[in-house]
Design a protein around this ligand. Structure first.
Ligand code: APR
Length: 328
């Protein structure tokens, strides 16, 4: 069953594979911004159709003029310009993202085969967890050039970092610039050295606030620790499902960067070929994002602590990726 709703046909197509919490929110954001015609795909019969209808019925209020389609037929994704994959199972309280590898590998395999068939020219953004492994699997199965397959994690982790810093420093989050690199797990690396408030180093502000460098470091360590566990904090509160609003906002930022060829410098999960001493693995690194997906990875100088953190994270990513089931 396919349901189509509203709008002038013929706009560029955005395919959302997985129409659960994140997928539904994404469809809503994409519609409100008129980013293109949106196709919601899910295996649950009726659900993507229902979400497409529901969102479509807000068009008269929100004044958007795009077509929304809900489907369980991959053929409806044909020739999508961009594909976002959130298909999979989210965490339950007490689970790590890595605990999802077996079940989500099966789902990703099926999804990637269909993306290869129906969306051969698409830019693909993978969101399903464990992220670093799922994006690797997706690239391997589609066989797409690595610039066209990336993962979303760093934008979200960085947004969490910036938010906590803004709260701590009592300044607008708009003026905070901070990045989180590495794998999307407990070993992720919030980069403290370059974190700043409109150019003012965050550590300087913390030191002014607390009087000593030791105390400032203690406060920063607590923030860094909270960032690494922020996804789990939400899972623990929701009890049934994981974060979806902030992930959807983060994905939209990447989708817009591609569709509008913005050349944003964003932390994304990209295939490294020697950058940051990571070779042949996907990991969170800063990259310029434009119409070709990952236009280039941008290296910069890290301090010793950050290098150590990144090395540890790389080891964890390698272990995770090397544990991908062989039959996938
Ligand atoms: N093909 C397509 N969709 C599938 C498949 C499949 N083989 N298997 C499951 N799905 C769908 C589910 O039916 C569900 O609607 O994927 C959707 C996932 O949605 P939610 O369970 O609401 O999860 P969500 O919060 O959106 O997170 C999705 O992103 O952040 C990660 O860890 C998270 O892996 C999870 C993914």
């Amino acid at each position: 069953m396919k349901e189509e709703h509203m709008g002038k046909p013929g706009k560029r197509k955005i395919a959302l594979i997985g129409s659960g919490n994140i997928g539904g929110m994404l469809a809503f954001f994409a519609a409100q911004r008129e980013l293109g015609d949106v196709v919601l795909f899910d295996i649950v019969d009726g659900m993507p159709q229902g979400k497409a209808l529901d969102i479509g019925e807000s068009a008269a209020i929100d004044d958007f003029d795009i077509k929304l389609t809900g489907t369980s037929n991959y053929a409806d994704l044909i020739d999508a310009k961009i594909v976002v994959i959130t298909a999979g199972v989210p965490r339950k309280p007490g689970m790590s993202r890595d605990d999802l590898i077996e079940i989500n590998s099966k789902i990703m395999t099926e999804v990637a085969i269909n993306v290869r068939t129906y969306c051969p020219d698409a830019i693909v953004i993978v969101v399903s967890n464990p992220l670093d492994a799922m994006v690797t699997l997706c690239q391997r199965i589609t066989g797409f050039p690595a610039n066209r397959v990336m993962g979303m994690a760093g934008v979200l982790d960085s947004s969490r970092f910036e938010t906590f810093l803004a709260w701590e420093l009592g300044v607008s989050v708009r003026d905070i610039n901070a990045m989180v690199l590495g794998g999307h797990g407990d070993t992720m690396v919030p980069i403290v050295g370059t974190a700043n408030v409109n150019g003012v180093p965050v550590m300087d502000m913390l030191e002014k606030k607390y009087g000593t460098a030791e105390k400032a470091k203690e406060v920063m360590d607590a923030i860094v620790n909270r960032v690494a566990k922020a996804g789990g904090e939400i899972v623990g509160l929701l009890k049934n499902g994981s974060a979806f609003s902030s992930p959807a906002s983060s994905i939209i930022e990447m989708v817009e960067a591609v569709l509008h060829d913005q050349r944003r410098l964003l932390p994304v999960c990209a295939l490294c070929r020697g950058e940051f001493n990571v070779d042949g693995y996907y990991m969170g690194v800063p990259a310029v994002i434009g119409r070709n997906g990952v236009e280039r990875i941008v290296e910069f100088t890290l301090n010793d602590e950050e290098w150590d953190g990144l090395k540890r994270s790389y080891e964890a990513v390698k272990e995770l990726v090397n544990s991908l089931p062989n039959d996938q």
